[in-house]
Design a protein. Structure first.
Length: 189
């Protein structure tokens, strides 16, 4: 297990990991590194998927559109903040306590930026479309949600958390919190 300090070290990307984005998302390539969003010379953390990850995402999104949810996955649609077009990406909706959440394992991705601007979106599995509103959690409120998310989805997303797992200390998870946006969603229909 890595310490919270080592969580802040830049990850290394495998050769050829800058592949085309999955689905029709606005997931444009960005520098893959950890950092504070308050520094003018440091971009927010975003870790690109490998070509295999991107192919898997395409498959999960394709299946969700056809009504097959792999382990609870759904397709998120959120309006692009610049294009105005609906952007799609597969996500793992996560239930914790009395709420439902979306956690961005890869960091400050395009869907996160679009969600901040739009304030909501839709989750789709087949013909079932659930519109929702979203509120982003402050870092200090993420701990219990991120811990249970990693217990449920760690098998799929641990690589994006740079050594932080469900068994990590509270301090390690809180140190990783700024790198992983979390939205509480309220289903409207």
């Amino acid at each position: 297990m890595t310490s919270a300090k080592s969580h802040l070290q830049p990850p290394t990307s495998p050769p050829g990991s800058a592949a085309a984005p999955a689905l029709n998302t606005a997931e444009s390539p960005a520098p893959a590194h950890h950092g504070s969003t308050s520094s003018a010379d440091t971009a927010p953390y975003y870790l690109r998927g490998t070509p295999m990850n991107l192919r898997f995402n395409r498959l999960v999104g394709w299946l969700a559109r056809r009504g097959v949810s792999l382990a609870g996955a759904a397709e998120l649609s959120v309006r692009g903040r610049r294009s105005g077009q609906m952007q799609r990406v597969p996500v793992n909706p996560h239930r914790h306590a009395d709420g439902q959440y979306l956690v961005s394992a890869r960091g400050h991705s395009q869907w996160v930026r679009n969600m901040r601007a739009a304030g909501g979106g839709e989750l789709r599995v087949g013909r079932k479309v659930r519109a929702f509103t979203a509120v982003e959690l402050p870092d200090e409120e993420k701990l219990p949600v991120v811990r249970t998310y990693l217990k449920r989805w760690g098998w799929q997303v641990n690589e994006y958390f740079q050594g932080v797992t469900a068994d990590s200390s509270d301090e390690e998870i809180l140190a990783a919190a700024p790198d992983h946006p979390v939205f509480r969603i309220e289903i409207r229909n």
